[in-house]
Design a protein around this ligand. Structure first.
Ligand SMILES: NC(=O)c1ccc[n+]([C@@H]2O[C@H](COP(=O)([O-])OP(=O)(O)OC[C@H]3O[C@@H](n4cnc5c(N)ncnc54)[C@H](O)[C@@H]3O)[C@@H](O)[C@H]2O)c1
Length: 296
């Protein structure tokens, strides 16, 4: 069977590293033929790894989708606020779609994408709610559907975001500020909302929620701490969020790969001196919750 052909929109952590890397291990199943990515380094790394000709490398999704249809499928892996437009256009161009979650951080766009998915129901329109495809949740679903424990009355579900994940993504990084991207309940917990609805097989009728940002604030900063860890923090040896320890060690995979596409020591050091990931976690522009409870 011929491999599925695909285009990639957004060659960042998810697009380049988490998803498209599958094609390098399974060339008989899928082949990337074009990419849109504004970051020169990431774009070059991608076309080199996937053996894509220069003329099939584009700076933005607009440039790529202005071309006639180039492949069977489009993987849309841009940040949350650049999901709707490329997904809409790619559907209209007759691509199958794999769109990163959340669908959109705009409720109207979510509804419109739902309508488009129905309109183009002959195409695959899939959202990366990856938990559904894990062995753990697939088994759980199978057991619940077989009624092995009888009817579901209550589910107690906890989402614990690990220490590094929280500080990297939801304090220093892309999703620390809800006005810039999305609030935690959407950005992280769309996975949980999806899995709960899927497991129960029913819709939610009433919802209540409370939460706040309590810890990752200036009040928790160690005495004498500078704005950037690399400037020499008196708490550097004991602080679990010391950016120097997290990003300048031996690990150049996630989360280090996110701070700079060039993972040389010098490039990473510069990223900590100048970029968002070098900031003290207690002195960022974050506003998303660090704890939240939801009743559905
Ligand atoms: N399914 C999951 O479990 C999961 C996990 C993490 C993130 N995500 C989602 O994946 C998406 C991407 O997250 P990420 O961590 O890869 O972010 P990222 O910042 O690493 O990647 C986004 C990429 O899009 C590129 N981009 C920006 N503007 C563009 C444009 N106009 N045209 C083409 N590319 C453009 C950026 O340069 C960047 O490389 C987000 O929506 C996020 O919510 C999903």
């Amino acid at each position: 069977m011929k491999p599925v052909t695909a285009i990639l929109i957004g060659a960042g952590d998810r697009g380049k590293d988490a998803l498209a890397s599958y094609a390098l291990k399974h060339p008989e199943e899928i082949k990337f033929v074009a990419v849109a990515e504004p970051d020169d380094k990431k774009r070059e790394q991608f076309i080199k790894a996937h053996d894509i000709p220069e003329e099939m490398a584009f700076t933005t999704w607009e440039d790529l989708l202005a071309k006639p249809k180039l492949a069977d499928a489009a993987l849309i892996c841009t940040l949350d606020n650049i999901h709707y437009e490329p997904a809409k256009l790619a559907l209209e161009k007759d691509y199958h779609i794999l769109l990163e979650k959340p669908l959109s951080n705009n409720v109207k766009e979510c509804v419109l994408l739902g309508e488009l998915a129905k309109k183009y129901s002959h195409k695959v329109f899939s959202v990366c709610h990856v938990l559904r495809f894990t062995k753990f949740f697939s088994k759980l679903k199978e057991l619940l559907d077989s009624k092995v424990i009888g009817d579901i009355v209550t589910i107690n579900h906890n989402e614990y975001v690990g220490r590094i994940h929280q500080s990297h993504s939801f304090v220093r990084g892309n999703w620390g500020n809800s006005k810039r991207e999305s609030p935690m309940i959407l950005q992280k917990c769309c996975h949980d909302m999806d899995i709960l609805l899927w497991l129960v097989g029913n819709n939610c009728k009433k919802i209540s929620s409370f939460g706040s940002l309590d810890y990752f604030k200036e009040k928790s900063a160690p005495e004498g701490s500078p704005d950037r860890c690399i400037e020499g923090c008196p708490a550097g040896d004991t602080c679990p969020y010391n950016a120097v320890k997290i990003y300048l060690g031996d690990n150049v995979e996630w989360p280090t790969s996110v701070i700079s596409a060039d993972t040389s020591y010098e490039a990473r050091k510069k990223a900590l001196e100048e970029g968002p990931y070098g900031r003290c976690v207690f002195k960022c522009d974050n506003d998303v919750v660090d704890h939240q409870v939801v009743n559905m």
